[in-house]
Unconditional design. Sequence first.
Length: 257
Amino acid sequence: MGLMDGKVAVVFGVANKRSIAWGITTALAEAGAKIALNFQNERMREGVEKLAEELAPKPFVQVCDATNTAEVKAYMAAIKEKYGHIDALVHCIASAKREELSGNYFNTSWEGYALAQHVSAYSLVELAREAAPLMEGREGAILTLTYYGSEKVVPNYNVMGVAKAALESSVRYLANDLGPKGIRINAISAGPIKTLSAMGVADFSALLNAIAEKAPLRRNVTQEDVGHTALFLLSEWARSITGQVLYVDSGYCIMGA
């Protein structure tokens, strides 16, 4: 028996095999979950559908831009029709203008700030609100991804660090709102992983080197590390954990310098 046998897990943010979302998806699938995926637009459809073919049973896949209220509502309605409920919801969505992930934070434009907040933080609020009726009373769980740049200054992380701070605060407020409905929500603060989106941060290789040199475990983390932690947080084994940020960063966050 797998930890997620018979459970329905909806994952937002799968784009390619190198994405953290894919590491979480495979961990959930291997634990027995029925997977539902999505793609933001037609340009991303083929890649997601090809990945879906690697899982058994084949996941449900439908377009859903998490910043488009109409599409979010349509997607949740489709999930309700196919499965009737949701047991786990995974939010692995973040975006910022590439030019604002370098240099000084005070050069952030309003458009760039609003984009980062909408995609990276507010989308969690909307997904949680629309998914809640399908999760209520099932001891379900929601999970999102954050990063250490939310609480400490990480060079070039800039507007994304501010968005992640808002995301973490949202996790706490949502935990209070959703708890009476029997729904938990937590975040994983993962160490840097060489994903396509992460490579948009200037001097990203320096972040990877810092972990390997300074973290207690003297190594970087992997998709599998995050995937297995996500599986724990989304399963009944974590049934009394909510509103928390759990660090999966080889211990880097405990170091003073």
